[in-house]
Design a protein around this ligand. Structure first.
Ligand code: KIV
Ligand code: ZN
Length: 542
């Protein structure tokens, strides 16, 4: 293989995993993350060993710019990409945000299908081509020959192929080192998409890496991505849990595990992903976005390795290969269950957490340890699932504008519930009470009554979900809520998630509401109030 003129290229035998959870994934309606949360996800992506983290769209908001810049600054051993439209202002912001990265990756895009050109951009084909060339050249000049400059032809799968090839040829000439072929609206069918990829590959040879970015509107995102790899694509754009616009993007865990599980279909091709980190990554993204994972979701769903029917159970007991094409351990699910008791040590807990894919030390470990020991006092058995839930809970830390001092609720059959809370709101103690339709509603009303006079808004609850962690009567309940600020509850206003964990589900509900309230306050303060914890010790380098 001859070396490409520009960019780092992709090593022979590798498929580059470009994770866009923090950009396209975050575009899923209601999946907004704070800067601190994006940094937490980026750290997990580094552990997962993806090749590229698309950290955001810096021109979209100051918060996105800050998140991309912070991720570019601290993430080592990985490329950090930023998205930009081919329009004055965007690429400049993107370059500014990623310049500090060890491996900057600029991603510029413009739509090329007639339907987008005519109705959205109101541009001719020639104009779009000229803009594409202009901003690819700009990126190359700014970042130098070794950096990655990627060009995406938005809606490529509905673009006239001859025009599409002319655009790709022109941007390669201008310095693009990766050509991305987005199936923006999930319209393509695998064989057809594979042929398109093969045509682009034949055009550019080794001059540029061919990449694909598939949406899941027809449920074909993973299939199209794999067909593209078979046709010569060497970068795949994917997200954790398939999160993304509308029906989402191709899911990282499906694509990576297909490459690993079916090597004969992808001869000599591998990804560098640490697949044991898939489950922690999936859980983290679900927890922080508040998007739960459907139980039958491939690879990461709760039932992905569960066997219900007697015939299947019998087969798996005799030999797991009868009904399991990959092991639960290979995606980070541990086989063991019983873990910690009251006499367990801090070191043992840390090792256990590491085995489960959670790298925690310092004050965070102290917190998890205290919580786990306290739980062991209340609960017969503390299981892996309990420990994971406690560890995950620690990542949801934000600026404490509102703190809980005390709460009480009364609730009776057929009667009203009445909730009382004492909170600290921006340092001052405040009391609130409210009637409600059940204890959770009453407490949420009480919180609103206490905070509204100070903050001038209250959270608008968009969704509420309760998950039981492990089984049994004394199981912990994890509550995940999604909220917006009441004043700007327009459909596109920022939605945040809040998480609470307790053996008392009313308390878990209250905690989740307060976490969401604090995030909304941090966003209101322009994120400057959001606590972004420093990288965990020993994790600056992968
Ligand atoms: O779906 C799409 O076309 C995109 C591009 C910006 C790559 O997300
Ligand atoms: Zn997309």
């Amino acid at each position: 293989m001859s070396a490409p003129t520009f960019g780092p290229g992709v090593a022979e035998g590798s498929v580059r995993i470009f994770d866009t959870t923090l950009r396209d994934g975050e575009q899923a309606p209601g999946a907004g993350l704070t800067v601190a949360e994006k940094i937490q996800v980026a750290r997990q992506l580094v552990r997962l060993k993806v090749d590229v983290i698309e950290a955001g769209f810096p021109a979209a908001s100051p918060g996105d710019f800050e998140a991309v810049r912070r991720i570019a600054e601290e993430s080592k051993g990985v490329s950090v990409a930023a998205l930009a439209r081919c329009r004055d202002g965007d690429p400049q912001r993107a370059v500014e945000a990623i310049r500090v990265s060890e491996r900057p990756h600029l991603h510029v895009f413009i739509a090329t299908s007639d339907i987008h050109l005519k109705h959205k951009l109101k541009m001719s084909r020639d104009q779009a081509l000229a803009e594409a060339v202009r901003w690819v050249r700009y990126g190359r000049e700014q970042l130098g020959r070794d950096a990655e400059v990627e060009f995406s032809a938005e809606d490529a799968s509905r673009t006239d192929p001859d025009y599409l090839l002319a655009v790709y040829a022109a941007v390669v000439e201008a310095g693009a080192s990766t050509l991305n072929i987005p199936d923006t609206v999930g319209y393509a069918i695998p064989a057809e998409f594979g042929s398109l990829v093969a045509r682009v590959k034949a055009l550019v040879g080794d001059e540029a890496v061919v990449s694909v970015h598939c949406h899941n509107d027809l449920g074909l995102a993973t299939a199209n991505t794999l067909a593209a790899v078979q046709a010569g694509a060497r970068q795949v754009e994917v997200t954790i849990n398939g999160l993304g616009e509308r029906a989402g993007n191709a899911s990282l865990e499906e694509v990576v595990m297909a490459l690993r599980t079916r090597p004969t279909q992808f001869p000599t091709l591998t990804s560098h992903v640490q697949t044991e980190q898939i489950t922690p990554a999936s859980r983290l993204v679900s927890l922080l976005t508040g998007f739960s994972i459907q139980p039958n979701k491939a690879v990461v769903g709760a039932n992905a390795f569960a066997h219900e029917s007697g015939i299947h159970q019998d087969g798996v007991i005799k030999n797991p290969l009868t009904y399991e094409i990959m092991t639960p351990q290979s995606v980070g699910l541990s086989g063991s269950q019983l873990t910690i008791g009251k006499l367990s040590g801090r070191k043992g807990l840390q090792k256990k957490l590491r085995d489960l894919g959670y790298h925690i030390d310092g004050p965070e470990l102290d917190l998890v340890y205290r919580e786990a020991i306290a739980l062991a006092d209340r609960k017969k058995e503390v299981t892996d699932a309990d420990l994971i839930a406690i560890a995950e809970q620690q990542v949801a830390e934000v600026h404490q504008a509102v703190g809980l001092v005390d709460w009480e609720v009364t609730s009776a059959h057929g009667g009203d519930s009445r909730g009382h809370v004492t909170l600290t709101v921006e340092g001052a103690e405040r009391y609130g009470s409210s009637r409600g339709n059940g204890p959770v509603d009453a407490l949420y009303g009480a919180v609103d009554a206490a905070i509204e006079p100070v903050l001038a808004w209250r959270p608008a609850l968009m969704s509420y979900e309760i998950r039981a962690i492990s089984g049994g009567e004394d199981a912990q309940g994890q509550v995940v809520v999604r909220c917006r600020r009441s004043l700007d509850a327009a459909p596109d206003s920022e939605t945040v998630s809040g998480q609470g964990l307790s053996t008392n589900i009313v308390e878990a509900s209250l905690d989740a509401y307060l976490v969401a309230t604090n995030k909304l306050r941090a966003i209101e303060l322009g994120e400057s109030g959001a606590v972004i914890p420093p990288p965990r010790r020993g994790e600056e380098l992968p």
